[in-house]
Design a binder for this molecule. Structure first.
Ligand SMILES: *Cc1c(COP(=O)(O)O)cnc(C)c1O
Length: 418
């Protein structure tokens, strides 16, 4: 029996969602299109098994094959990032971060991270997240002075100031809306100077690191966490890595039994498949193309008068500040118009934000999924033109309809493989 016979309601929803993905251009910087093989592993009988524990140390019988699967995922992750220890069990990026915090901190401990509004993540000390409720984040910022050539880059003077004043146990880098290269050696130098451990949450750029399109996080970082579903193009999940044996042991205990129960072995198998894909030479080409596409997107937008955070990009994303080109247009309305034309993106706060997080003045755009579909620089230039027309449309039905037709034509030229 198939799902369409046993549960036509859900089967129909999946079919409609497949159609939506096929007929839109996915530009949410944190999303990607995973391979059929990754989905095959994730949709397998591996979902049936409890495998609490770690390879060779399970609490249930029948785990032999699961030991092999998890060990392969671990070995591939280590090879991909060039490190000694990996935990592939975190159910998500947030779970990976929580486990690290559980391992390293007591309630009330201090750690340094970027101001959330400057491109950080909720798990880096937001007051609504456990990291902000139970720990004490102290923050650094981006360079605020627009007269400076490094406006919008990490302000290492503010990093040093916060380390000097608070002497936190841990310094975090790694962001959700930062278009520039993360300078791991510079962060490490400051962490060493003030006796902090360096923790990089590379959720966004992990695939670029793995593919050689962003400088490596090891050996500079003591701790690295990431998601596996963004630029790494795997199943939804998290990953923790380190070169330090004592830390690795603490992280293993903090994941299980500290904060999770049974591992999602079907997802871990899918992670192994994705890491296998990421180790292939084609993935180097892919990640280099992601960056080329983002740079072209940035150039086309700047040429059309748009203001970009830090004035451009080194990685897979651009962050547009809409205020100078249209003071009336919020990120919320702009991303709603984009959705009407079939370009999926998210509103985002920008440096010196003047609107609420529910309106924002920015739109974040990424190229990982477009690049998976096969778009190259000249195709991205056409997408930039559609985005520009949409932003200038004032919501005009004729302009939106023409842009929608152009997006559909692009989707047909670059079919989704699934
Ligand atoms: C996406 C992201 C996460 C969280 O990942 P989830 O899988 O959604 O929990 C953590 N940190 C950063 C920097 C991210 O961008």
């Amino acid at each position: 029996m198939s799902l369409s016979q046993t549960d036509p309601q859900i089967a129909d929803m999946i079919a409609r969602e497949t159609k939506r993905q096929e007929s839109t251009l996915e530009m949410i910087a944190s999303e990607n299109l995973t391979s059929a093989e990754v989905m095959e592993a994730q949709g397998s009988v591996l979902t049936n098994k409890y495998a609490e524990g770690y390879p060779g140390k399970r609490y249930y019988s029948g785990c032999g094959i699961y030991d092999e699967i998890e060990q392969l995922a671990i070995d591939r992750a280590k090879q991909l990032f060039n490190c000694e220890y990996a935990n592939v069990q975190p159910h998500s990026g947030a779970n990976a971060n929580f486990a690290v915090q559980l391992a390293l901190f007591n309630p009330g401990d201090t750690f340094a991270a970027i101001e959330l509004s400057n491109g950080g993540h909720l798990t880096h000390g937001s007051p609504v997240n456990v990291s902000g409720k139970w720990l004490k984040p102290v923050t650094y910022t981006l360079v605020q002075d627009e007269a400076r050539s490094d406006w919008g880059y990490v302000d290492f003077d503010s990093v040093e100031a916060v380390l000097k004043e608070h002497r936190p146990k841990v310094l975090m880098c790694g962001y959700s809306a930062y278009p520039r290269t993360i300078d791991f050696p510079k962060f490490r130098e400051l962490a060493d100077k003030y006796g902090a451990l360096l923790w990089a949450d590379v959720a966004h750029v992990a695939g670029l690191i793995a593919g050689g399109a962003h400088p490596a996080c090891f050996p500079h970082c003591h701790i690295v966490t990431t998601t596996t579903h963004k630029t790494l193009r795997g199943p939804r999940g998290g990953l923790i890595m380190t070169n330090d044996e004592a830390l690795a042991k603490k992280f293993n205990s903090a994941v299980f039994p500290g904060s999770q129960g049974g591992p999602l072995m079907h997802v871990i198998a899918a992670k192994a498949v994705a890491f296998g894909e990421d180790l292939k030479p084609e993935f180097k080409t892919y990640s280099a193309q992601v960056v080329k596409n983002a740079k072209r997107l940035a150039k086309e937008l700047v040429d059309r008068g748009y203001k970009l955070a830090s004035r451009g990009t080194d990685n897979h994303l651009v962050l547009i500040d809409l205020r100078p080109t249209d003071a009336e247009l919020s990120g919320k309305v702009a991303s709603a118009w984009l959705e009407q034309v079939g370009i999926i993106a998210n509103m985002n706060s920008v440096p010196n934000e003047t609107r609420s997080p529910f309106q924002t003045s920015g739109v974040r755009l990424g190229t990982p999924a477009l690049t998976t579909r096969g778009l190259k620089e000249d195709d991205v230039a056409k997408v930039a033109d559609i985005i520009d027309r949409t932003f200038r449309s004032k919501g005009d039905a004729g302009v939106i309809a023409k842009a929608r037709a152009d997006v559909l034509a692009m989707c047909e030229r670059f079919p989704m493989k699934h």
